[in-house]
Design a protein around this ligand. Structure first.
Ligand SMILES: NC(=O)c1ccc[n+]([C@@H]2O[C@H](COP(=O)([O-])OP(=O)(O)OC[C@H]3O[C@@H](n4cnc5c(N)ncnc54)[C@H](OP(=O)(O)O)[C@@H]3O)[C@@H](O)[C@H]2O)c1
Length: 263
């Protein structure tokens, strides 16, 4: 009698559209259990197939303990390209626990003809270059990285968030709007014109959902201060959900064929 292969457990580190798409893609794979982990920043995240957990693990050591306790067979780090801490933690924890790890990193946007990009190494560098470019800034980099812009009462920020923040933002002079992508270029251009925006401040997130603002800035001839991506740790990396799904499927044992009725 053939031994029955055990189910495999995949931990998806999420918080992106790609992580959710991957969970949906792998939801029907027999022999595969999935757990999607979110940081817990969004109050009402969209449901995904498989199990779901929320909140930090407690650093790389905490994540390594989680891998052992939950018998995780492999990990796909599908976090946002700027979520550098969890990506570093995943690299360290998987190495310590001997658990295979894949990074799913969507390709960055490439500068096009007529794009006016000014690259900044990080948010602090972006805050320095901003004032030479204009005093009305559309800030689209998330709420975690606002500290370098706090001491800038000379700049008015239009800030977009997915949910109403629990506390006022760290900025001296701002207007908050709520919105969840995808955002069309026409709508982004109209929004920027309505608010008299002079500069767009962005991360190079990649993907289509938030590319509309980049297209809109190009059409309006506006400069874009583009914060560089943090470097990725060494490790196997793919650029698409399809490739990540194939990597996971290759690690799940094939379901044995039922015995033939006519030997
Ligand atoms: N940074 C962005 O621009 C951005 C944009 C869109 C979405 N996101 C998503 O938002 C989440 C937080 O981003 P961040 O930039 O704050 O991350 P980060 O700086 O890399 O991580 C900070 C801490 O948050 C916890 N954490 C982050 N992602 C987690 C996950 N998927 N599951 C469990 N714990 C997680 C970890 O806590 P412990 O050390 O306690 O484990 C980590 O050390 C990520 O899941 C990311 O995919 C980020």
């Amino acid at each position: 009698m053939c031994p029955v292969a055990e189910d495999k457990t995949l931990l998806i580190l999420g918080g992106t559209g790609e992580a959710a798409a991957l969970a949906h893609r792998l939801g029907q794979v027999s022999g595969l259990r999935m757990i999607t982990s979110l940081a817990g920043r969004t109050r009402a995240p969209a449901a995904v197939p498989g199990k779901f957990r929320s909140g930090g693990f407690g650093g790389a050591e905490g994540l390594a303990r989680y891998l052992a306790t939950h018998k995780i067979d492999f990990v796909i780090d599908a976090t946002h390209p700027y979520a550098a801490q969890i990506t570093a933690n995943a690299a360290a924890a998987c190495a310590a626990a001997g658990v295979p790890r894949l990074i799913l990193a969507r390709p960055p946007w490439q500068q096009q003809l007529n794009d006016r990009w000014i690259r900044a190494a990080d948010a602090a560098a972006a805050a320095v270059v901003l004032s030479d470019l204009g005093r009305r800034v559309f800030l689209t980099i998330g709420r975690q990285d606002l500290a370098p812009f706090a001491a800038r009462p000379d700049i008015w920020f239009l800030v977009r968030a997915i949910e109403t923040p629990e506390a006022p933002l760290l900025l001296a002079n701002y207007h908050l709007i709520l919105g969840r992508g995808p955002f069309a270029a026409e709508d982004e251009a109209a929004l920027m014109q309505e608010h008299g925006i002079a500069v767009l401040l962005s991360k190079n997130a990649g993907g289509q959902a938030t590319y509309g603002k980049i297209e809109a800035a190009r059409r309006l001839g506006l400069p874009v201060v583009m914060i560089d991506r943090p470097p990725l740790p060494i490790g196997e990396t793919v650029l698409s959900v399809d490739e990540a799904a194939a990597w996971a499927e290759a690690r799940v044992p094939a379901v044995p064929e039922p015995p033939s009725p006519h030997p």
